[in-house]
Design a protein around this ligand. Structure first.
Ligand code: KG4
Ligand code: ZN
Length: 371
């Protein structure tokens, strides 16, 4: 099945062409084209995504990407068009849905809605022709879904059936990275910035809290798979504030640009920023890994799937992969280009739903869709 997929849920406008085959036990999802137009530079001055700016940019970018994909060597009329129904920013989702319907009519091709989170979950299945994966999935599996809006652990009984073991009570992991970065006046999105600085910092320099790492579920006395990251962010805030003689100098630092020049007269050194980044990242990784491995042991999981934008973090991938090896579980994570938002994963989600005979999502923006 040949699929054209579209993603506009947040700040990336994306289109992809996929060649999908196989069953839900052993799907084969080949990515022929994967176009992503990022709006990050437009939203960066605001420190986050501005919904109406995102809408305007999607309106501008969609026709451009569509004409680019139609001129690509892989273009032919698709069998199906898949578009993200949610979760995401409603104004951004509606632009994509309207566009998908319009080209569906033009091409006389059916259009289906897809769940962005199912897209992240299945993004490890995406493969390029030049880099075939030959994945051998084994269940039960544990999926750790970590993005800007979600932090979830799932017990996967198969590729298409799962139980939600726990979610975050407050900030999602990506959000925690972004907020901690913002405290240090680092650019948006904060995750990649923190990871970069952490490479030159000491992860043991500061002992930040590992929220809920040893928590037990009071109902079952089993492990708790809930997360909480807002306390960590507050802890970084207090640690930072303590490095300044008064509130005014702290606010001056937060309003300066993060470069050596602008911090010449600041009481905080570049090395301290790197150490805070490395220590905060370490706290996050410890929590994510400990909880995932607890779930592997408790449920006898044979595989671990890491997905979502935060899965782009190489240190997290390495840590989980090493911890899985110690427990004899296989580790799966998407190729780098498929970690952050893209349309290929939306096509994958629509295909898996179709072959598992589940109803597609309606062509209505639904910001509350989840897994
Ligand atoms: O999945 P995604 O692209 O968008 C959502 O659906 O939310 O995830 C974006 C999130 C942002 O919070 C960003 O800071 C985080 O993923 N992120 C990272 C890294 N790359 C992106 N977090 C940590 N390390 C990274 N390398
Ligand atoms: Zn996403």
């Amino acid at each position: 099945m040949f699929i054209l997929s579209i993603e506009t849920s947040c700040d990336e406008t994306a289109l992809a062409l996929l060649d999908c085959s196989g069953t839900s036990k052993s799907p084969k999802i080949k990515v022929l084209e994967n176009l992503v137009s990022s709006q990050i530079d437009i939203h960066r001055p605001f420190g986050g995504v501005v919904p109406n700016l995102a809408k305007r940019e999607h309106e501008k970018n969609l026709p451009l990407l569509y004409s680019q994909i139609k001129n690509s060597k892989h273009w032919k009329t698709p069998d199906l068009i898949a578009i993200t129904s949610g979760p995401g920013l409603p104004p951004a989702l509606w632009v994509g849905i309207g566009f998908a319907k319009k080209i569906g009519e033009e091409l006389d091709v059916p259009v289906v809605g897809a769940n962005h989170m199912e897209g992240h979950l299945y993004s490890f299945l995406l493969e390029r022709e030049e880099n075939p994966q030959n994945l051998k999935l084994e269940f039960p599996g544990i999926a750790l879904v970590v993005s800007g809006g979600h932090t979830m652990l799932l017990l996967m009984k198969s590729l298409t059936s799962w139980k939600n073991l726990g979610e975050t009570r407050d900030d999602a992991v990506g959000e925690a990275f972004d907020k901690i970065a913002r405290l240090m006046n680092l650019p948006y999105p904060g995750g990649p910035e923190i990871e970069k600085l952490a490479k030159e910092g000491n992860p043991k320099a500061i002992t930040f809290p590992r929220p809920m790492i040893y928590d037990k579920n009071p109902k079952t006395k089993g492990n708790s798979y809930e997360f909480s990251f807002s306390g960590l962010k507050t802890s970084v805030l207090y640690y930072l504030k303590n490095l300044f003689p008064n509130e005014e100098s702290f606010q001056n630092f937060r309003n300066s640009s993060h470069n050596i020049e602008s911090r010449k007269n600041s009481p905080i050194s570049d090395q301290q920023i790197k150490d805070i980044s490395a220590s905060a990242q370490q706290a996050i990784l410890d929590v994510l890994s400990k909880k995932t491995m607890n779930a592997v042991l408790e449920f006898g999981a044979k595989s671990v799937i890491l997905c979502g934008g935060v899965a782009a973090n190489q240190t997290l991938r390495r840590r989980l992969s090493e911890d899985c090896e110690k427990l004899g579980a296989k580790f799966f994570s998407p190729e780098f280009e498929f970690n952050t938002d893209n349309a290929a994963m939306i096509g994958a989600a629509a295909y898996i739903r179709k072959i598992s005979k589940k109803k597609p999502y309606p062509l209505v923006a639904d910001s509350n869709l989840t897994l």
